[in-house]
Design a protein around this ligand. Structure first.
Ligand code: DGT
Ligand code: MG
Ligand code: MG
Ligand code: MG
Ligand code: MG
Length: 251
């Protein structure tokens, strides 16, 4: 069939393929989830249903895209790490970001009721997304450590803040004042001395977020790859020593 005279418009599209042989990290984050959490009565500071829904939406993404080796989620965000040599969508940036975001977002809505049974979804949530490239393993590992360190800092603050309000009868303004200028050790002390709470005993999913990774298991004498969720400490070298194979898995 002859080309139409309109076809020249295709030349206006630009090549957005990502640099070869670099780690591709795609991070999604809920838009205005401060409000979304309030509108859907998420428990404070952590809502287990919401975290599990995020994990499940990410799981559907990993199931679909075998090039994702590892992912990490906390609060309203999820990061997906694609293999360095991935040729998925010819490494086209927009295609990767939009399809993965779309798969995640629609799964979040599709599986809402699986986790929030009788609570209706009041409006369609929205997630932003970005792609960051990391040239070496060290940068990628530091990225993962950075996101997990963020959970720790936020969760210790939020746990102490909401304990002061819910159990200590402080107003949010008073709680904020009480915590201003405090370091981690001070917050641990407040929880322990005033509320008999040992922060170390808080659920791992709250303190560390969730890592989704692929593990090979023997099933009926056949090697099978499964996706598992763990809450390990990525800030410790032990995690990377034990799991470094994830980064070098051959296609
Ligand atoms: P953004 O990302 O700039 O559009 O704005 P937000 O509001 O999404 O801010 P962000 O992403 O920095 O922080 C995540 C918000 O999500 C945080 O303010 C509280 C809310 N959130 C996330 N997980 C939970 C939860 O388990 N329980 C409650 N109550 N709120 C949560
Ligand atoms: Mg944000
Ligand atoms: Mg957000
Ligand atoms: Mg966020
Ligand atoms: Mg099409």
């Amino acid at each position: 069939m002859a080309k139409s005279s309109f076809e020249y418009v295709k030349k206006f599209e630009h090549d957005d393929s990502l640099l070869p042989n670099t780690w591709i990290v795609i991070r999604l984050d809920g838009k205005c989830f401060h409000k979304f959490a309030d509108d859907h009565n998420f428990t404070k500071p952590n809502d287990l249903r919401a975290l599990k829904l995020m994990n499940y939406a990410a799981y559907t993404v990993l199931k679909e895209y075998s090039d994702i080796l590892l992912s990490f989620g906390q609060s309203d965000e999820y990061s997906f790490v694609l293999r360095k040599d991935s040729c998925l969508y010819k490494r086209r940036s927009a295609k990767l970001l939009t399809t993965i975001n779309s798969k995640f977002s629609s799964s979040y809505v599709f599986y809402w009721n699986k986790f929030f049974e009788h609570l209706p979804l009041k409006y369609p949530p929205c997630f932003d997304g970005r792609i960051v490239l990391y040239p070496c393993d060290e940068n990628l590992i530091d990225y993962m450590k950075w996101r997990q360190a963020d959970v720790h800092i936020n969760n210790l603050y939020n746990t102490t803040f909401w304990t002061l309000i819910l159990k200590g009868q402080l107003t949010p303004v008073q709680a904020e004042k009480r915590l201003s200028g405090t370091v981690s050790a001070d917050k641990n002390e407040i929880l322990f001395q005033e509320f008999n709470m040992n922060y170390n005993n808080e659920p791992e999913i709250f303190k560390r977020g969730t890592i989704l990774l692929r593990k090979s298991i023997l099933h009926n004498k056949v090697n099978k790859s499964i996706i598992v969720d763990v809450h390990d400490d990525m800030l410790k070298d032990k995690f990377w020593k034990e799991n470094i194979y994830i980064l070098s898995v051959k296609k």
